[in-house]
Design a protein around this ligand. Sequence first.
Ligand code: DGL
Length: 258
Amino acid sequence: MKKKEEWILVFDSGLGGISVLRELVHVLPEERFLYFGDSKNAPYGDRSTEEVREFTANCIAAFIPRGIKAVVVACNTATAAAIECLRARYPGKIIIGMEPALKLAAERHPGGRILVMATHVTLREQKFCALMDRFSSTCRVVPLPCPGLVEYIEAGCLDTPEVRDYLQNLLSPTLATGVDAIVLGCTHFPFLKPLIQELAGPHVEILDGASGTALQTRRRLEAENLLRSGTQGTVELHNSLNTPEILETSAYLLEASR
Ligand code: DGL
């Protein structure tokens, strides 16, 4: 007998997708979520497109037998590299991807200067180039790769002198020339939002795609009559490292304030 498809799988290269999971739980409190972070292979952001595709496809395939009604690729990097392949492999399944929230930033800051922090893979893939082209006449987009930043979050460092120095060095040249908004185009970065806001100052708006992704997931489930209701939902946290430490950090990040 075919297993009942009642889970929503939320996938990321590591712990970053938990910033999306917490929005999903907020918007869909009655759903059952399986979270998988591939921290063993993180970061994905400096890898080849083929590697990101392969890791993503393998991780998701491993969970399909659990009975998955929707997959949320809570990773801008995996979305940029692999979303088309996933949709081709699982036609008919709800597969939600993410992209840097540039549309939202352009709407809120017409004519503004918008800094997009993301991984090398996200910024070099066709998906982002097309997005940037779409908004280049309405705002000035400054893409900023952040190699090494994901590793701090994977280690649970959300405000240490090292991450502070890293961000200060990375951001100050662009901030000095004026920025209206910062788009966090990697799902790891919202965990650093308080620190980035402090460095950028209160006049700079910081945006990410978590809430939009959660609302989109709800719309898709609703449209296909797949919403679960009546009882409290659940969350299972899994990670390819499978150590008590990584599972503890995952639980800590899920509870971290939004
Ligand atoms: N969290 C991921 C993203 O949204 C990628 C981090 C990485 O593995 O480099 O892009």
